[in-house]
Design a protein around this ligand. Structure first.
Ligand SMILES: *[C@@H]1O[C@H](CO)[C@@H](O)[C@H](O)[C@H]1NC(C)=O
Ligand SMILES: *[C@@H]1O[C@H](CO)[C@@H](O)[C@H](O)[C@H]1NC(C)=O
Length: 404
């Protein structure tokens, strides 16, 4: 099995670097708070919970998919779960935001953080955006597909090593700078334990899932009826590329929260390993190239740059690079966090896009804005709203004029 989710990159893959399993923390003392402390931690079972989520109205629906004839009647497959959140004070921004979760998660990843602070969804509701949260097809509340095997993405130790406690495993040089996880980031800490409970399995049919997401995502954009920003984390980045390629005129911009991952390659199990994947460059399924590509083997790859633990070499196209004319219509933004494993290979993404004709590219290093100490789950870490403010600045610079 090839684990080529971004999530798996840091998690599964760093397993070889794992030290002995950390000591579990002592069980919480019995008492009035004992029951609550077995959940994600902080007041999230209080009535009301104290996360301070933005007031909103919610509508849910499923979109896309196809009817197929099974032996006993008609069924629907590949439909997408969508949650629309509208600020209680009304929509003030022209372009909605559609959020795509990472591999091993669902749309809940954008709601309150595991330590029960405001998440990205609430931040942007407060700013007056219509917010859409989806569960990737086959995942979460998007119905499970018949005959699709599901795959786990990370053990608890893999999640520590890849995301929440990277500084203790030190599998790449930047990891030691990690300071922003709420709590210890280790098994036994209530915040970690609550977060780890939110992991779910992902479908193993990678290319088919992308195709389903491209179709359902464009159907969602058509239904929304106004150009929207796609905001993916990690594995969700593949889905957003697929959608942007398929209906670029409906996409106001691509807003990558460390989107998945490097062209043609997973840099898993740490330096110097590199695992070929995503043969279409950014995806496992067809992208619109010019000149057209019928089989991804027509994309000629070259390795560019010195390969070091802190800064990996990239797989790019040999010159003359084929162009991605649809993606070139979509303004591209991504940020990279100082202590994330993405710091070691993120530079490969803009390099690949630039080669393929994408001109409107913004790559923000958070450390250049003095936002330091974050790893790959920056959007739920202690300073997540500072980071949301950075994203908001870019969104404003690319907003269309006109009525909300
Ligand atoms: C239809 O048949 C399949 C087996 O072919 C079975 O798995 C499924 O549960 C059936 N669906 C219904 C609604 O009866
Ligand atoms: C990483 O390598 C690329 C070339 O692949 C180079 O352009 C970039 O400046 C390097 N980054 C750092 C921080 O050394």
């Amino acid at each position: 099995m090839r684990l080529h989710y971004a999530l798996a990159i840091a998690a599964a893959s760093l397993a070889s670097a794992l030290p002995a399993e950390p000591e579990p923390a002592a069980a919480p003392a019995a008492g009035p708070d004992a029951a609550a402390s077995t959940f994600a931690g902080i007041d999230n079972t209080a009535n009301p919970a104290t996360a301070g989520e933005a007031a909103h109205r919610r509508h849910v629906f499923h979109i896309g998919g196809q009817q197929v004839q099974a032996n006993n009647g008609t069924i629907v497959v590949n439909q997408l779960y969508v949650e629309q959140l509208i600020p209680a004070a009304g929509v003030k921004q022209t372009n909605p935001l559609i959020f795509f979760h990472g591999g091993g998660f669902s749309g809940t990843t954008w709601l309150n953080t595991p330590d029960n602070r405001k998440g990205f969804a609430s931040y942007f509701l407060d700013k007056g955006y219509a917010v859409y949260l989806v569960d990737v097809t086959t995942v979460g509340r998007s119905p499970r597909q018949p005959n699709v095997a599901m795959v786990s993405t990370a053990t608890a130790q893999g999640a520590e090593a890849g995301f929440s406690a990277v500084e203790r495993y030190n599998a790449y040089p930047q990891a030691i700078l990690h300071t922003q996880w709420p709590g210890t980031g280790l098994v036994g800490d209530p915040v970690f334990d609550g977060w780890y409970r939110s992991f779910i399995q992902v479908p193993s049919n990678f290319a088919e899932t992308e195709v389903a997401m491209g179709a359902a995502g464009c159907e969602l954009l058509r239904r929304i009826g106004r150009p929207s920003f796609l905001v993916p984390h990690s594995y969700g980045g593949i889905m957003a590329w697929k959608i942007a390629d398929q209906c670029p005129d409906r996409v106001q911009g691509y807003v990558g929260i460390e989107p998945d991952t490097a062209p043609f390659t997973n840099y898993i199990r740490g330096f110097p390993q590199r695992i070929p994947t995503r043969p279409w460059g950014l995806t496992n399924s067809r992208l619109t190239y010019d000149p057209p590509v019928n089989d991804p083997s027509e994309l000629i790859q070259v390795t560019v740059g010195e390969d070091t633990a802190a800064n990996r070499s990239c797989q790019l196209q040999a010159a003359p690079a084929r162009q991605l004319p649809n993606l070139a219509k979509v303004p591209f933004y991504m940020y990279t966090a100082q202590a994330s494993i993405y710091m070691t290979f993120a530079h490969c993404i803009p390099a690949f896009l630039r080669q393929a004709g994408v001109r409107d590219i913004t790559w923000q290093l958070l450390q250049d804005l003095n936002i330091k100490g974050n790893a790959h789950f920056s959007f739920i870490e202690k300073n997540n709203l500072d980071i949301a403010a950075v994203v908001y600045t870019w969104l404003q610079s690319k907003a269309s004029r006109g009525r909300a």
